[in-house]
Write a protein that binds this ligand. Sequence first.
Ligand code: NAD
Length: 257
Amino acid sequence: MSLTGKTAVITGSNSGIGLGVARELARAGANVVLNSFTDRNEDHALAAEIAAEFGVDAKYVKADMSNGDECRALIEQAGACDILVNNAGIQHVAPIDEFPVDKWNAIIAINMNSAFHTTAAALPKMRAAGWGRVVNIASAHGLTASPFKSAYVAAKHGVVGLTKVTALETAREPITCNAICPGYVATPLVEAQIPDTMAKYNMSRDEVVEKVLLERQPSKQFATVEQLGGTTVFLCSDAAAQITGTTISVDGGWTAL
Ligand code: NAD
C-alpha cells in the first residue's frame, strides 16, 4: 500500500497510539503532521526522526485539542489534509457522583469535541483534493461500558456516532470515515491507570495487568501501537474504499464476549 503524496494529520501524536499510527502511515509513504499541546524540542525531534527514517515530510504543530479554535487551526497549519486521524485522548476514573466537573469537560472536549472541529475543517480540503480518509481512534468503550469511566465512555460513544454521521454525509464522495476501537494497548495512558488500581485492589502490577486491565480482553495480550497503525493504513487503502461508517475492533476478543 503506498500513501506517497498523501498528507496525514494525527492529533495527539507525540506518544502512544498516535505516534505509532504516524510511524506506520509514514512507513506507507504518507507525509505526517504530528500534534500535541506542548511545544518542546523533543516534540519537533520526533517529526525529524520520522522524516529521516521514512523519507517523508514530517512536521510537528502545537495545538490544544481541548480548544475548538486550535483544533481548526491545526488543520489550517497542516496545509494538505488527506488523512485525518482523531486520536488525542485523556482518561479519568471516578464514580459519577464524585466525577470532577473539570475532568468531565476536558474529556468531552479532547476525546470527542476535537474530532468534530478537525473533521469540519478537514472535509473541505479532502473534497478539494478529491480523496480523503477520516479515522477516529475510539475504544472498546465506544461500544461497551465500564463503571467509573462515565466521561470517557460517553465521549467514545459520541465519537462512534460522529463517525457514522461523517460517513453518511460523505457517502457519495471518495471520502470514508471509520472508527477503530482498541481494547487495551500498552501506552502511557494505560500505564497511568496501574498505580491507582494497584492501590485500590491491593494487587501487584502483574495481577492488575492480567486480572483487572486485561480481565475483559480474552487474548490476555495488549494490542500494539503498530497493529493500530497497520489497521489505519488498511483503512486508507483502496481495498477499504467501500468501508465507511463502521467500527473495527482491535481488542483481542473483548467485544465478542
Ligand atoms: P497517550 O497518553 O500515550 O497519548 C495521548 C495523546 O494525546 C498524547 O500524545 C497526548 O500528548 C495527547 N493529548 C492529550 N491531551 C491533549 C490535548 N489537550 N491536545 C492535544 N493533544 C493532547 O495515550 P494512548 O493510549 O496512546 O491514547 C491515544 C488514544 O487512544 C486516546 O484517544 C485513547 O482514548 C485511545 N485508546 C487507548 C487505549 C489504550 O489502551 N491505550 C485503548 C482504547 C482507546
